[in-house]
Design a protein around this ligand. Sequence first.
Ligand code: GLA
Length: 347
Amino acid sequence: MGFQEVFGALPEASARAPGRVNLLGEHTDYQEGYVLPTPIPYFTQVEAGRAEGRVEAYSETLGELRARPLASPAQGDFLDYLLGVVWALREAGHPVPGARFYVRSQVPLGAGLSSSAALEVAALKALRALYRLPLSDLEVALLAQRAEVAYVGVRCGIMDQMAASLGEVGQALFLDTRTLEHENLPLPQGTRVAVLDLGLSRRLAEGGYNQRRQEAEEAARRLGVRSLREVADLCLVESLPSPLDRRARHIVSENLRVLRGVEALRKGDAGGFGALMTQSHRSLAQDYEVSLPELDALVEAALEAGALGAKLTGAGFGGAVVALVAEALWEDFQRTLRDRFPGLRLL
Ligand code: GLA
């Protein structure tokens, strides 16, 4: 199948965007903090053509063709993301009359690898080319987030869309989510980023995510700051009632870990960087309470198999684990983990 078979015409534009893992800076982006994601070499490819008054799309992964008029509300299917980006563009004043899309994705769905951000960003970049829209990659990321929050209805931060739009494979995207200043930094030489996916369901993710956001907002309010990014002194969080003290401690310490991680990357210190990833996981498990026993077991197994560091990636409550592994150990690492977890998908 292809665009032409589905729509009877050739595509007029195409673009692609990758999925991501987050190396450090988890649950900080909705409190104006620092993040450090890296794209994975798995892409969503979108081909686009013109249409009037509606959005049509074929998903090769799902084998589904969907079409709805521009003003339709979200319905909970993949077309929402595409209607959402067209809606966000029109709302921002860009003259987009509609579109048809053919979507091919290598990014695993539902694994916490940001397949939705990859789809939004790829679609926006295809529309940018199709309708010659004067948009920077940064504006693409912001429009993608707007589509997801205001149209699809998921209250995400900006990390995933920034990684999909501005990230480069093999580099970590150091992003200050308060100013949107960003820099791509090379990953340590002689290492590999491994993604370990047990296919854990993320059913509880949305409710848990929104609850953590509220707790973080409440902690900031009680500390009298605009966001927890303002808090540099870890002692301050001790005055908060439980569990807000632990939630705030995670966010404040996680921001420090990102800054230390950036220093480690600048020095090429793979061991130091890996240790920060593992500390991040422990903080996410104990203070932020977004891990699962299966994710903890996967992190421990990755460390036992020789990883320099490992942590859950993304919102938690399921999803995947990311590990930093020395290139020289890669074959052994893979074998050990596959033997131990037969259903494991290793990217
Ligand atoms: C999800 C959200 C991101 C971020 C992470 C947690 O992936 O989409 O914005 O908040 O969770 O770090």
